[in-house]
Design a protein around this ligand. Structure first.
Ligand code: PSU
Ligand code: MN
Length: 310
């Protein structure tokens, strides 16, 4: 009954509904990266290009957002444009979902928010840029992204380029281990660090092949081990940033956030925007390249999961 009530809040786009009915694999995409993670108009251009890449590989993209009091699974071109250009878009994680839906506002979903909506829509694979995590200094601030709790309880595979070094990556991986969330890596042994390929921390399991990734994920869920899986894949070599540079700029952006008293849900967008400004926009090119690469990895995983049955 609860599930039926929840489904009354969903609205599928025509193309996602058609693909779903035909049993074509679906790939969820988040909207916080569009509304709060990248500037206009690069954000809307990237969103469209990412959708096209997924379609070209034979899966159907479903960008998720809250519009007019419904959870929208799949957006039109105009709706993507609206999310990308409006300054009235709420950043929606688990906590914010009922508020923005009930008020009919415009909401961009985070990794946590998108996982919830994807699971309701029956979508198993979700592609993003970087995931949230345990913030540096969390021992004092308690700032741990709700993304991690969502991974602990919602059964969606999240494809990302690891986590940014604005976070404490070691503590992020510890947190995931505690909650039984497997961290898979493809193309390398180590967990990726978003702008750079190597976080310096080993992922739990390296699985380069989509068929093997799908078998792992299907086995977890067959066993009733509820919860997400992280699939980390590094930014393509040619687009990666030098790690010394990004480390120094990250420290600077963190110091500025602290000096200006930026906290809570505002901190991640603040740091992303500062790093972009401090790199003269080069971090944006890296961001776009890694999202596109993640989309390819995610589309292949969605196809492999469809072939793996259940
Ligand atoms: N990391 C990025 N780009 C992003 C985000 C994180 O590199 O756009 C967004 C994602 O939507 C993620 C959210 O779920 O920020 C995490 O925010 P918070 O730290 O407030 O939980
Ligand atoms: Mn936070």
């Amino acid at each position: 009954m609860v599930a039926d009530l929840a489904h009354s809040w969903l609205k599928f786009s025509a193309s996602v509904a058609t693909a779903k009915a035909a049993g074509r694999p679906l790939v969820a995409l988040e909207s916080t990266i569009i509304a709060h993670g990248m500037p206009y108009p690069e954000n809307v251009r990237t969103a469209r290009e990412v959708e096209a890449l997924i379609r070209d590989l034979g899966a159907e993209p479903a960008t998720i957002a809250l519009i007019g009091g419904r959870i929208r699974i799949g957006l039109s071109d105009d709706e993507l444009e609206l999310l990308a250009s409006s300054d009235q878009v709420h950043k929606v994680s688990r906590r914010d979902l009922p508020a923005v839906l009930a008020s009919g506002g415009l909401g961009a979903t985070t990794v946590a928010g998108t996982m919830i909506c994807a699971a309701l829509a029956g979508i198993e694979v979700f592609v993003t840029g970087g995931m949230g995590g345990v913030h540096r200094g969390a021992q004092e601030t308690f700032d741990i992204s709700a993304d991690l709790q969502e991974l602990a309880k919602t059964s969606v595979a999240v494809v990302c380029a690891g986590a940014k070094s604005i976070l404490d990556i070691g503590l992020t991986l510890e947190y995931l281990e505690t909650h039984g969330v497997p961290v898979l890596s493809c193309e390398q042994d180590n967990f990726a660090a978003f702008y750079t390929r190597d976080s310096g921390y080993r992922a739990d399991f390296r699985l380069d092949d989509a068929t093997d990734q799908a078998r792992f994920i299907r086995t977890k869920w067959d066993l009733g081990l509820v919860g997400g899986v992280v699939l980390s894949t590094p930014v393509p070599e040619a687009a990666a940033m030098p790690s010394e540079e990004i480390d120094a700029l990250t420290r600077q952006a963190l110091a500025e956030a602290k000096a200006q008293g930026v906290t809570g849900k505002a901190i991640t967008p603040f740091l992303l925007a500062r790093i972009k400004a401090l790199t003269g926009g080069r971090s944006l090119a890296t961001n776009i390249a890694l999202v596109k690469h993640n989309a390819e990895v995610g589309a292949r995983l969605a196809l492999a999961l469809a072939n793996a049955g259940h």
